[in-house]
Each structure stands twice: as structure tokens, then as C-alpha cells.
Design a binder for this molecule. Structure first.
Ligand code: ATP
Ligand code: MG
Length: 450
């Protein structure tokens, strides 16, 4: 079988071969090209030791990425190729890292340490494919299967459990039965994995095309990582708006929003507060008053624990806090206040959240809800096009103008600028220099008792 690899990668393999070493493209790149997808990064594995590789490529830019683990990055025509020595790993006493790493000169030994059959294929333009675990067949069958015994492999490195869910979601491949059963037996080992690694895998998994299947089939794994979500399962919503329990609605809403990690997390967590505030009225209808507040608190706790960036956490929390807004019912002034407080980008994303939310509800209401969204989006665009004043720096007046008008630079001046901004946003005052100066002087006089 001939696989099309880019000339820069071929150059790396040729130079290693010319120095008497064997070398193969391996891992994700090999898998992706076999699936006719464009690979996004290139891993080459070789019998050369890292110091040897560095020496062979002395005419190229070489970054000593991880000499101890056998990796150097070679840059050929601005393409980065990670070159790693064939490796045998053993000992994993912490369920994550090998206790020892040994270099070997057999490609088959290196493939044995890799997680899934589809990731354990190597290719060289000289030797063709090396596929001892049937990875090519599993790509054709669209299956994620562990290399070797799944219990052993997940015991060595529990992160592989989430990697299995991630590849299954992203590639749209089913998880093979024994691997699946092993995940269900072993997922508690995830308690040995760092929050950062879990978060990174969760982001990728949530953005996969088969996220719905994974969240449904492996909900216990998700609930192990985020126990706060479990009460959503079987939390009924007897209400004309709903056709699913809270978890079913959540899964459908995650699937319905565009695949960006912060939006997917927002949908995953947006109704997590519902089970805590559920009430049933005399007609048997369920209500979830103030649930957004409770969801916000749960989201904050989860995202702090996952050690994501503050910015990511803030955006997700803002989206959750306001997810129940009524796009066609709020005024232009209120939109401006939202834009000033949250930023225009987040307000726009509130519409994506809203759309995903209603798409996961009773379809009878969908058409009207989408119309309401459109009305709100038009208001937002209008405000943006008119370059509305949303912050003190947008005011057509500066502190210097105010001091020239006799208002001394002081905290008082800041207060007056804030009051001017409020009045401009409320459309009670024009954002025009003379009008602003006049109003500022008036405010200053009143506030200072003359
Ligand atoms: P992508 O880069 O698209 O996320 P990938 O398959 O390239 O997918 P990487 O995390 O870049 O995944 O790892 C490269 C290769 O290294 C994998 O294809 C796999 O062969 C091996 N690998 C990575 N992490 C592990 C692990 N935890 N256990 C075993 N093998 C692993
Ligand atoms: Mg990769």
C-alpha cells in the first residue's frame, strides 16, 4: 500500500535511512492519511537514538523537545516533524506514567506500547505499512480497540480511557466490545489522572461528531469525573416545553451547539442546577425556578476543579448565567448593558446557546423560538453597526475636557463619567461633546451642593 506523505516528512525518513536507520510515520498522522484526512502533525519513529537524530539533522533546525524520552523535533521547510526513538515502556505504578523507558531497534516493540490499534500503524515509503494489530482493518470497520489486553492497558495509563472516548467521538468509531467492557470496569482509575489532562481530553471529546452517543453510552464515566451531573439523569421535566429528562435534554443540547469547547461545556452544564430546584405544581407540571443560578455555581466548582483557564471559566459561566434570556423581549438598552458587561462576542454566543437549548426541547415550539432569536440578533447587529457607546472610553468626552470645564481630576470625576455613560446607554443623553459637557457640569454642581 502506498500512502501519500508530504515531501518534508519523506526527507526526514530518507536522511535517517541514509544513515542506516529505519524510520516510519506513525500514530495519528498515519491513521488520518489512511482515512483520507489531512494529518495535522507528523510523528516519525526511528531506530536512531535522539543524539544521533540531532547529529544527522545538523543542517536543519532541530529542537531538543525531550531527549530523555527520545524525542527531537526537526523542522524541514517550516514543517515540524517529531522524531522519536522506538521505545519500550514498562512499570506504570501510578496508572499514568511508565516507571522505565528503554530504547529498542524494533518497530514492532514500539507499536506494542501504543494505545489503540488504529494508532499503532507505521508506514515507510521503503517498507510500506507495519500493522501487527490489525489497525487498518479496524479503520475500515470503524472500531476503537486496545492494543493487547484492555484491562492491562487502562491499568498502565488510565488517561487511555478518556482517549478511547475522545477518538470514538471525534472519528465516529464504535468502541469494540471488550475495550468497552473494560472501560466500564476501570473508569475509577481516572482518579489518578491530573485535572488538566482530563479537561483537555473532555474538550476534544465534547467537540466530536459522535458526542451524543458517548455521553449517552458512557454517562457513568462522565458522572465519575463530574458527579454534580448525575442528578440530571432521570430528573423528569413534566412540562409542555420538554420531551426529555434533564440529562437527555443536556445531551441533545451539547450536540446541537457548534463544536467549540466553551460552547459545548456551557451546554453540558447549563441545566445542572435543575434537579436542585425542581418543584411540581397542583397540575403536575414541573418548574425549575432560578435554576440558572444554581447551574452557575455548579459550573464554577467543576471548572475550577478542572483547572481550565480563568477566561474559559468566565465565558462558560457568563453563558450559563444568562442562558434563559428572552431574545425578542428584552430592550435595546438591556442588550447594550449585556454587551457592556459581557462583551459583544459572548452576547452573540448567548444566541447560539439559546438556539441549541430550544433545539433540544419540544419541536412544536422551535419555529417561534428561532424567530425570537432572529429578532434579538437583528437588534444586536443594529447596535454593533451604529457603534453604540458601551464604555467610558466610547464617550465623546475625556477627563481632560472635564478638567478644562472646572471638574478636578478626582474619584468624583470617575463617578460623573460613569453617570454620563449610564445616561447615554439609556438613550437619555446624546453621545455628543457639548451635550456631555453641559450634563457633566450640571451633575457636578448638583453633587457638590451648588
Ligand atoms: P491527535 O494528534 O489527532 O489528537 P494522535 O493519535 O496523534 O491524535 P497524540 O496524543 O498526538 O494522538 O499521540 C500520538 C501517538 O502516540 C498516538 O497515535 C499513539 O500511538 C501514541 N500515544 C499517545 N498517547 C498515548 C497513551 N497515553 N498511551 C499509549 N499510546 C499513546
Ligand atoms: Mg498527534
Amino acid at each position: 500500500m502506498v500512502i501519500k506523505t508530504p515531501p518534508q516528512v519523506n526527507t526526514v525518513i530518507e536522511i535517517l535511512n541514509a544513515n542506516g536507520k529505519s524510520a516510519y510515520v506513525v500514530g495519528g498522522a498515519c491513521r488520518d492519511i489512511l482515512m483520507d484526512k489531512t494529518a495535522h502533525d507528523w510523528d516519525v519513529t526511528t531506530s536512531a537514538l535522539p543524539e544521533e537524530t540531532a547529529a544527522f539533522f545538523s543542517d536543519y533546525k532541530v529542537i531538543e523537545t525531550g531527549i530523555k524520552h527520545g524525542t527531537v523535533t526537526v523542522i524541514v521547510d517550516s514543517v515540524s516533524v517529531e522524531v522519536t526513538t522506538y521505545r519500550i515502556e514498562s512499570g506504570y505504578s501510578d496508572n499514568r506514567h511508565p516507571d522505565s523507558v528503554a530504547f529498542t531497534d524494533r518497530i514492532e516493540d514500539d507499536l506494542a506500547r501504543r494505545d489503540f490499534t488504529v494508532n499503532a500503524i507505521a508506514y515507510s515509503p521503503v517498507h510500506g505499512t507495519v500493522d501487527p494489530y490489525g489497525g487498518i482493518g479496524d479503520i475500515k470497520k470503524e472500531i476503537i480497540r486496545c492494543v493487547g489486553d484492555p484491562d492491562t492497558r487502562f491499568g498502565e495509563d488510565a488517561l487511555r480511557i478518556l482517549r478511547a472516548l475522545r477518538f470514538s467521538s471525534v472519528l465516529g468509531f464504535e468502541i469494540e466490545e471488550e475495550t468497552k467492557e473494560s472501560i466500564k470496569r476501570n473508569y475509577r482509575l481516572l482518579s489518578n489522572i491530573s485535572a488538566e489532562r482530563i479537561f483537555a481530553e473532555m474538550c476534544k471529546m465534547l467537540c466530536g461528531k459522535d458526542v451524543k452517543r458517548i455521553l449517552t453510552e458512557f454517562s457513568e464515566v462522565i458522572f465519575f469525573i463530574m458527579p454534580e451531573l448525575e442528578p440530571m439523569k432521570n430528573c423528569l421535566q413534566n412540562h409542555e416545553r420538554h420531551i426529555y429528562d434533564v440529562w437527555g435534554h443536556t445531551v441533545a443540547a451539547v450536540d446541537a451547539v457548534r463544536p467549540e469547547a466553551h460552547l459545548r461545556f456551557a451546554m453540558l452544564l447549563h441545566d445542572s442546577g435543575k434537579p436542585h430546584v425542581r418543584t411540581t405544581d397542583e397540575n403536575g407540571t414541573d418548574h425549575f425556578y432560578q435554576h440558572a443560578k444554581k447551574s452557575l455555581k455548579i459550573a464554577e466548582d467543576i471548572l475550577l476543579r478542572m483547572k481550565c483557564s480563568n477566561r474559559f471559566r468566565k465565558t462558560v459561566c457568563d453563558l450559563i448565567a444568562h442562558h434563559d434570556f428572552l431574545p425578542d423581549k428584552i430592550s435595546r438598552k438591556t442588550y447594550k448593558k449585556y454587551m457592556a458587561a459581557l462583551g459583544t462576542e459572548t452576547v452573540r454566543e448567548l444566541f447560539y446557546v439559546r438556539e441549541a437549548d430550544v433545539r433540544a426541547q419540544n419541536p412544536v415550539f422551535l419555529e417561534n423560538e428561532l424567530k425570537a432569536n432572529e429578532i434579538g440578533l437583528n437588534v444586536l447587529s443594529e447596535i454593533e453597526n451604529k457603534k453604540a457607546c458601551l464604555s467610558i472610553s466610547d464617550l465623546q468626552i475625556s477627563g481632560k475636557d472635564l478638567s478644562e470645564a472646572g471638574i478636578p481630576a478626582s474619584p468624583e470625576m470617575g463617578k460623573i463619567l460613569g453617570m454620563l455613560l449610564d445616561e447615554v446607554m439609556d438613550e437619555k443623553l446624546d453621545n455628543e461633546k457639548n451635550a456631555l459637557l453641559e450634563r457633566a457640569t450640571e451633575l457636578y454642581k448638583t453633587r457638590n451642593g451648588n
